[in-house]
Design a protein around this ligand. Sequence first.
Ligand code: GUN
Ligand code: FE
Length: 430
Amino acid sequence: AYRASLLHFHADPAFADHAYSWHEDGLLLVDGERIHAAGDYAQLAPALPAGVDVIDYRGKLIVPGFIDTHVHFPQTDMIASPAPGLLPWLERYTFPTESKFADPVHAREVADFFLGELLRAGTTTAMVYCTVHKQSVDAFFEASEARGLRMVAGKVLMDRNCPDFLADTAESGTRDSEELIGRWHGRGRALYAITPRFAPTSSEAQLQLAGELAAAHPGTFIQTHLSENEDECAWVKSLFPGARSYLDVYDRHGLLRPRAVFGHCIWCDQRDFARMAESGAAVAVCPTSNLFLGSGLFDFERADAAGVALSLASDVGAGTDFCMLGTMNEAYKVARMKGSYLPALRMFYLATLGAARSMRLEGAIGSFAPGAEADFVVLDPQATPLLARRTGACDSLEELLFALALLGDDRAIRATYSAGRLVHERPPAR
Ligand code: GUN
Ligand code: FE
């Protein structure tokens, strides 16, 4: 049992999107790997069976573990590499860096470091791009299995417009993906994502086979990039002249369905968002990446008008922050630049239950519903002198969350738990 302030959102679809529970003096009861109950300390404490330890996190705030719906583990070592925009950045840094993942020892070493960074940042689930090498997927899932984490990942499919040493073929990419699905999807807490990198690096044949694979394995995820950068969008138009839009390229190949998550979506129009909503697909909003590469500003209002499911994502290594608090900070400013407004409560929703819903994993992760997997983060509003001073003067939950989102970083992540086990702990600030 854990005593702290508790915040979580409701998985019950009868509730409005951001219905939440807040227990200022709360108690979180964990039974093995799962949530047993979340409520007021005064209510739950008297019924605690004898011998249950109460870990005292008073003054801290416990929320469900953060979910990062779009991140590239092989790009960990090239985070913050300067380039004038997406396509030069891919050429100069990304492809050479990813070529090293043919070596499974290197892949495992980076995967371990990457997972350490996620946990330090309070992220307990991520949708992860590996490289074109199937051994990079094995290395990643072996590392995440060793830590008992709920992770989604997949082998990048890429059979054209990339260096030869990084290319698969339509057939080999499908064969490798199928083998990896058989090996990993549903093993322990691993889940597989069919991962065409983006439309320019896949032939029509490869996209077609990816769509067929997705239809044959409906429980798997699909992840790719969509409408990130204007040069990229122009390139897609010239490669696929018959498509109505960039999204339509994926649609024609059967890549829109529940559990399909599209990164970026900056240059999507109203019809694209409506089509995503209708098909059950979802958007991963990547603000630090979009600002870093100068890709553009996500239009929350347009997406909301269509009712498409949203989540937040780091997109490391184009993103510059592993932590969802820093990601919220930039998302808030992106929304302001487009004339929209993101309340902090909504940002915490997007980084927890909103992401779980986007992934059709509500009930399993992203909330404290009884029976949910016990993945949670302990946030420390006093982690730094400035945070302590500012949060000490907050009058409302919204103000407290806003200060944590705008001022917080991995120093505010006091501890991270996965399946009821402590997987990261920061020594108390002194
Ligand atoms: N588009 C295609 N590949 C990538 C990638 O690795 N990062 C980002 N941000 N965009 C991409
Ligand atoms: Fe990306």
